[in-house]
Design a protein around this ligand. Sequence first.
Ligand code: UD1
Length: 420
Amino acid sequence: MEKFLIEGGYRLDGVVKSSGAKNAALPIIAASIMGEDRTILHNIPVLKDVDTMLKILTFLGAKVNFSNNTLEIDPSGIKKFTAPYEYVSTMRGSICLLGPLLAKYGKARFSMPGGCVIGPRPIDLHLKGLKKLGVEITNEEGYIVGKVRKLKGSKIFLGGNFGSSVLATANVMCAATLAEGETIIEFAACEPEIVDLARFLKKMGAKIYGEGSHIVRVIGVKKLKGVEYTIIPDRIDTGTYILAVLITKGKIKVENCIPFHLMALMDKLEEAGIYIRHGEDYIEVEGADKWKAVDIVTLPYPGFPTDLQAQMMVFLTLADGISVITEKVFPERFIHVGELNRLGANITLDGSKAIVKGVKNLFGARVMASDLRASAALVLGGLAAEGETHISRIYHLDRGYEKFEEKLSKVGARIKRVKE
Ligand code: UD1
């Protein structure tokens, strides 16, 4: 296993480029199997999660060719419809293949995704939406088995106890593109990655209206074609670099990003007293010597993203005052708190709230990564801490950050990947 060694306390300064969005790439790669011919995707990040998705596609019989962030997918050889446990268990996001498989082939067999360290991850909304489109679903030996002769458009309310669901919206929207007649999805997720998926599907020939709002209308078509498409930049990647640099009181320009997708983060940083400048496709921030505590509530888009909660928490550990972070998307997503406290943070938990009392300094320590974004938070903590931080189990990071240490090193971070 590999770990990171970070020598903290250095100011970061420079320019980084955002990678393509993981959470747009996964459902778009999945949707490409609905095309009659080959699809070419650009700006696909080189990540473990993408690799897992490609392994599943190859297992199903598709041909894939991935080089220089460009991915070619030829789905014509797909002859299997099972997503096996060994893949689904490492990447819950693979569930977004369910809708496309059912839409194109009328059958899918999916290992039931379990819970994970960020809390329970139910799929009731995915199943509810697909059932409404006519899919018959059974549970056989830990596998969800879906079958349908012909999908039929329907009116579907997709809201759950925690609001909208990103991948349930992706699954139902994909399935509806090849259904007979009209589908209306109410309480659809509005995330930019859903909008990107809808744009991709429209390029394939789908008829989708209202993407980016809570009500999405899809008129089914008979066939979709393979297309060439470039996916959007990753807003979480962008936000992570911004926070990494601010924590070290440095300066950064993040290029190839969409600032509009990060309004909630920029708003909170400004409230904390950070100076931000942005153009159409870049964000520049300059660290301050001191910043104010702010309260954060994570919410579905356009609210503050849960995927930046852990990284923002590190920033707030060094703020002046007390911040309260309320996690409303995954109420148990606080696994990083204990490890941040090992670095000298002062964070207490009260149900789905974290109370962060600002401290003057963090100190290097041995910590363990637990999930993707929590791992990024530990790296940020290590960059700000005095002394050396060892982070083990960094394979979590490789799931979702492209060239993480390379990009950080480029702006002056002292971070090394070594064998344990
Ligand atoms: C996606 C993202 C993930 C992000 C999350 C929330 C991908 C690959 N992953 O995950 O990075 O953290 O959105 O922005 O795009 N829920 C239900 N029933 C369901 C589905 C979800 O109750 O059937 C609940 C979840 O437990 C959670 C909330 O809805 O509390 C939002 O989850 P959801 O939007 O579905 O997350 P994912 O799409 O899995």
